[in-house]
Design a protein around this ligand. Structure first.
Ligand code: C5P
Length: 403
């Protein structure tokens, strides 16, 4: 009963594949879901309201403005009383109306009024599916976050062959289960701390020392770990990125604040220090803006060392995460420096990358890394930062599972 207590609103539009929908209703109820159906006028030509009502155990919605009044529930309530909306089969016409935001019947009005996740299972003749209008509509819907299942390729009722067949009821059920009851990821129950972004070290109330870190790699690592089911605490320096969803995000400015936020977040099973923490801060922050004086010498800034967050987290002790991962951005002697860093800071792994001039890595969208562990060095190809993050998160999951 993977869908126990989940409420599915099934919107059935007019395609021959509608004959498979009673089977889908049966499968969904078998998994414990509560199913309500809305039928378009064309849909009712392929499957009767009585069949859907009998199998779902609820009246079937057909009219936007029903005369019966109270016995029917309106489009807003239908959307409120659902955890997910599935349009199956989704005809080219209904997809077009969704893309345009029309609400001229009950099905399209519910789809326009909803704030719930929506999945569509297109089903139509191959040429209707391949028509640029349909493809543009589907692209629009995808861009709005609507999930598209299928269509599958195969022989069609219209004696043609190609993409356009609605996905089978089992595949639609699997998509709903994946959305409403995802399997626990390999990091479920684990807490992972991630640092990301630069730090800003104030000089005076308006100036600061900083670096070119965008936070993209660290944020991507945090998102990839969360996608594997980890509880993630992301401690982020100032970045221009949105907070990734599904995790606790602590915003900090300085290295000292970042360290405090990290220590507060412990205990953790693993820590990934991807932040580009400023090595030094200004010894004394000026209370007022430093002023230019005509003819006077430029001010001299005295710097003091910042705490090393990675080394602090990796130091042996009761609260040390079992796996501590650091990053090393170098412009020369990459591997030698990275391995020295791994040992000095007592990190388990170092993700090393060459940020030398022209690499485009710092602040860019791709990364080419070496992973240094006690077992040796691996060289990964140049990949999108999200893909580096995904692979690293999988490796972290494997390592934690093995300890
Ligand atoms: O020494 P370096 O700055 O090159 O080391 C990089 C690694 O150490 C990164 O993982 C970075 O997040 C971490 N680090 C830190 N605190 C510092 C300096 C670096 O956590 N003050």
């Amino acid at each position: 009963m993977r869908l126990a207590g989940k409420r599915v609103l099934l919107i059935v539009s007019g395609g021959i594949a509608a004959y498979k929908i009673p089977e889908l209703v049966r499968l969904l109820r078998g998994e414990g879901a509560e199913v309500r159906c809305v039928l378009t006028a064309a849909g009712a030509k392929f499957v009767t309201p009585l069949v859907l009502q009998t199998l779902s155990g609820h009246p079937v919605g057909e009219d936007l403005f029903p005369l019966g009044g109270e016995a029917e529930i309106g489009h807003i309530q239908l959307s409120r009383a659902a955890d997910v909306l599935l349009v199956a089969p989704a005809t080219a016409d209904l997809l077009a109306r969704m893309a345009c935001g029309l609400g001229n019947d009950l099905a399209s009005a519910v789809l326009l009024a909803t704030d719930k996740p929506v999945l569509v299972a297109p089903a139509m003749n191959v040429r209707m599916w391949q028509h640029p209008a349909t493809q543009a509509n589907v692209a629009t819907l995808r861009a709005r976050g609507i999930g598209v299942i299928g269509p599958e390729s195969g022989p069609m009722a219209c004696n043609e062959f190609g993409p356009g067949r609605m996905s089978e009821p089992e595949a639609l059920l699997a998509a709903l289960v994946a959305l409403l009851a995802p399997a626990p990821g390999p990091l479920a129950g684990r807490h992972v701390l991630v640092t990301s972004g630069p730090t800003h070290e104030p000089i005076d109330p308006v100036r600061y020392l900083a670096n070119r870190s965008s936070g993209r790699q660290g944020h991507a690592v945090a998102a990839a770990l969360a996608a594997l089911g980890a509880r993630v605490t992301l401690v982020s320096g100032p970045v221009a990125l949105a907070d990734p969803e599904g995790m606790a995000v602590r915003h900090v400015e300085t290295a000292e604040q970042m360290l405090a936020a990290c220590l507060e977040a412990l205990p953790a099973d693993a820590a990934v220090c991807a932040a580009a923490v400023a090595d030094w801060r200004v010894a004394e922050i000026a209370a007022g803006k430093l002023k230019k004086q005509p003819g006077a010498a430029a001010p001299r800034l005295e710097l003091v060392a910042n705490p090393d967050i990675l080394a602090t987290l990796a130091a042996p002790g009761r609260n040390r995460p079992r796996l501590v991962v650091g990053f090393a951005a170098e412009t020369a002697d990459l591997l030698a420096h990275a391995e020295a860093k791994r040992r000095q800071k007592q990190a388990d792994w170092i993700v090393a990358n060459d940020v030398g001039g022209g690499s485009g890595i710092m602040g860019g969208t791709e990364n080419e890394i070496h992973l240094l562990t006690a077992a040796g060095v691996e060289h990964w190809p140049r990949l999108a930062k999200e893909e580096v993050a995904r692979r690293l998160a999988l490796r972290i999951a494997q390592a934690l599972a093995a300890t």
